[in-house]
Write a protein that binds this ligand. Structure first.
Ligand code: FAD
Length: 397
C-alpha cells in the first residue's frame, strides 16, 4: 500500500514528479496527477522533485507510543563478546560513538552482557562508562534473553542512540529490541552523523545499492543502528583515560527463555579470516566449481592471502558463506583485492569499496568489474593465477 498524498490544491501540474518517478507510478488522469498505488515503491523521488511540495508522505502516527525526546540522552555501544573477548567491531563503534556523543554533548557508554568481563579490554579507550549486566544466562548468546535485557536497560536509562555491530548476533536480537521499545532500527549503516536537530542520520545503501538512503527516526527513541565491521576505523587509545564500571544483576524474569542451547558448532573457515586479511583472492561463478576454489586456496597460501567468494559461488555451494563478500556477506578492506571470475555486480562492489587496490582477472573485458578495478587482466583466471604463482615462486626462490 502506498502512503503518498497528493494535494491537488497546491499541484501546479508541472509533471516533474511523473518524469522523475522510476516506477511509472504517477500519471495524468482527468487533468490531475494520480498515483497508481500498486506501482509505488515509496522511494520518495516524487516528494523531492515537486517544486511546490504538493506531494508528501502520509504516514500513520504510532498510536500510544509518543515519547518525550528530551528524556533520552547518551550514546550506547553494544559490547558484543566472542569467547570472552570484545568483538573488534566494538572498538570501531566506540570511535564513531565518541564522535556522535561529542556532537550531542552527551556521554558514551559501552553495554556488556556476559557472566564475566575483563575491564582491561576497554582500558585507555575514550568512553565514559560501562554497564555490565552479569548473569550466567548471558554467558552464551540467546536472542530472547539478550533482547529482554537490552529492552530492560533502555526502559531504565533511556539512551538516545544505540549502536551495535551488524554481526549475526546484532542482526538477530536488535530487531526484537526495536519492536519492544516501539522504535526504529537501521541495519548495515555505512555512515552515521548528527544533524542540526540532534537526529541521528543513518546512511545505508538502498534499492540494490543504487542509492544511498539517509534514514531518520524523528519521533521515537532510542535511535538504533547496526554497522558492519571495518566500516569505521577502530578508536584510538587515550592513555590514562578512565571509565566508570556499573555492574548490574539481571532480574530473573528477563532470563526466562523458550530456547535451549544444545550444542555449539564454530563457523567453518577454510583460510585465514577475510576480515583482517591484507590480501584477498576471491572467486566467483567464473571459477567453475569447487575444484577452482582449491586452486585459489593453494595460490592464496603462496601469496599469504585469504580466500573470498561472490554470492553466486556461495549459493552454488562452492565455498562457505563465512567467506562471502558483498551486501549480504562481509565488508572487507584489504590492501590488495584480486577478483577472479567475478563480474562485479553492485552488491559485490559494496563489500570491496574500501580495498586499497583492486585487481580484476576476467575473460570478459566488458564485465563491470573491469571498469571498477585499478588493474585489469583479461584472460582465463586459471592460467593467469598459475603464471602469478610461478613468478612469485621464482622471485622468492
Ligand atoms: C539483495 C541482493 C544481495 C546480494 N548480495 C550479494 C553479495 O553479498 N555478494 C555478491 O557477490 N553478490 C551478491 N548479490 C548477487 C549479485 O547481484 C551477483 O549476482 C553476483 O555477485 C554475481 O556473482 P559472480 O560475479 O560470481 O557471477 P557472474 O555474474 O555470473 O560473473 C561471472 C564472471 O566470471 C567471468 N568468467 C567466466 N569464465 C571465466 C574464466 N575462465 N576466467 C576469468 N573470468 C571468467 C565472466 O566473464 C563473468 O564476468 C546480491 C544480489 C541481490 C539481489
Amino acid at each position: 500500500m502506498s502512503l503518498l498524498k497528493i494535494n491537488d490544491d497546491i499541484c501546479v501540474l508541472c509533471k516533474r514528479c511523473i518524469s522523475a518517478c522510476p516506477y511509472s507510478a504517477l500519471i495524468m488522469d482527468d487533468g490531475k496527477v494520480r498515483l497508481i498505488p500498486d506501482k509505488c515503491q515509496m522511494c520518495g523521488v516524487c516528494v523531492t522533485s515537486c517544486p511546490v511540495k504538493a506531494i508528501s508522505f502520509d504516514l500513520p502516527k504510532a498510536s500510544g507510543n509518543t515519547v518525550n525526546l528530551d528524556d533520552y540522552s547518551g550514546v550506547w555501544v553494544f559490547g558484543e563478546m566472542e569467547n570472552g573477548e570484545l568483538n573488534p567491531v566494538v572498538y570501531e563503534l566506540v570511535g564513531k560513538g565518541r564522535e556522535l556523543a561529542r556532537r550531542l554533548r552527551t556521554e558514551l557508554e559501552v553495554v556488556v552482557f556476559s557472566d564475566s568481563f575483563d575491564r582491561t579490554q576497554l582500558t585507555d579507550y575514550d568512553i565514559d562508562a560501562v554497564l555490565f549486566v552479569k548473569d550466567q544466562a548471558l554467558s552464551a548468546f540467546n536472542e530472547e534473553v539478550f533482547a529482554n535485557t537490552l529492552s530492560w536497560l533502555v526502559g531504565i536509562y533511556k539512551p538516545e542512540v544505540i549502536l551495535c555491530g551488524a554481526t549475526a548476533i546484532g542482526r538477530s536480537f536488535l530487531p526484537r529490541v526495536a519492536t519492544t521499545c516501539h522504535t526504529g532500527l537501521t541495519a548495515d549503516c555505512t555512515s552515521l552523523s548528527i544533524d542540526d536537530n540532534r537526529q541521528l542520520v543513518q546512511t545505508r545503501p538502498a534499492f540494490g545499492g543504487n542509492i544511498m538512503a539517509e534514514i531518520l527516526c524523528p519521533e521515537n527513541r532510542p535511535q538504533m543502528a547496526t554497522v558492519r565491521s571495518r566500516v569505521f576505523p577502530p578508536a584510538e587509545k587515550i592513555p590514562g583515560k578512565e571509565f566508570e564500571l556499573t555492574e548490574l544483576i539481571l532480574p530473573e524474569r528477563f532470563a526466562q527463555t523458550s530456547a535451549k542451547r544444545i550444542s555449539y558448532t564454530p563457523e567453518e573457515k577454510r583460510t585465514s579470516s577475510i576480515a583482517d586479511a591484507e590480501i584477498i583472492i576471491s572467486g566467483g561463478r567464473g571459477i567453475g566449481g569447487r575444484e577452482g576454489f582449491k586452486l585459489l586456496e593453494a595460490a592464496a597460501e603462496k601469496i599469504g592471502a585469504a580466500v573470498g567468494a561472490s554470492r553466486a559461488a556461495v549459493d552454488l555451494g562452492w565455498y562457505p558463506y563465512s567467506h562471502q563478500i558483498g551486501q549480504t556477506g562481509k565488508t572487507v578492506n584489504p590492501k590488495i583485492y584480486i577478483a577472479c571470475g567475478i563480474s562485479g555486480a553492485v552488491q559485490h562492489r559494496i563489500g570491496i569499496s574500501s580495498a586499497d587496490t583492486i585487481i580484476a582477472i576476467n575473460s570478459d573485458p566488458e564485465a563491470p568489474i573491469c571498469g571498477y578495478a585499478d588493474y585489469v587482466v583479461i584472460g582465463d583466471w586459471k592460467q593467469i593465477i598459475t603464471n602469478l604463482e610461478q613468478i612469485i615462486s621464482e622471485q622468492t626462490a
